[in-house]
Design a protein around this ligand. Sequence first.
Ligand code: PLP
Length: 206
Amino acid sequence: MTGRAEQAPVVDEVEANLRAVRERIAAAARAVGRAPAEVTLVAVGKAQPDERVRAALAAGQRVFGENYVQEAKARWSPLGASWPDLQLHMIGPIQTNKAKDVVALFDVIETVDRPKLAEVLAREMARQDRRPACFVQVNTGEEAQKAGVWPADADRFIEAAARNGLAMLSMGMSADFEVAVQFGATHVRVGSAIFGARPPRPAPAG
Ligand SMILES: *Cc1c(COP(=O)(O)O)cnc(C)c1O
């Protein structure tokens, strides 16, 4: 069998999944009187084989979310140059020592969740003269194990970060993106409904 013949089912599967997710987003938007075009689908590639991510590119998807800086760099540094309209979103927690890589690679940073990080990112953006759009991550459920500014602190934090007038809201995953659209999300992050179940991560070495 040739590689191409083996890959065809993956390309078809990802393309069909993408079409189905886009249709569900559009239906959920129309149901609450929103225009489907107000909602951007962020395809979450974490832990997925490059083959599946390339299939999504071939199907016209251009907005991708990544959780891990190293994985994102390995995947997109070689691919990115061929796709000038690509838009990469950082959706994972950010350690301040990764700020340089994050600013260099991503177009949108969705997980600004503390003043120290906002400060370090701002410094790095000035240094690189690159200005990725930033979202403040709010822990709406006030769940201690999740990242994000708590709702009560959000206004103060946003003010301190001089990013008032936020017009964009990123929420939702495969299990609940239609609810997110209903509640006004401008961005939904969907992984497994597009790419299939994530293969288990190998245990960290050492
Ligand atoms: C993995 C991930 C997603 C996508 O989750 P699925 O259930 O695969 O759709 C969305 N948002 C964040 C922050 C994630 O880490």
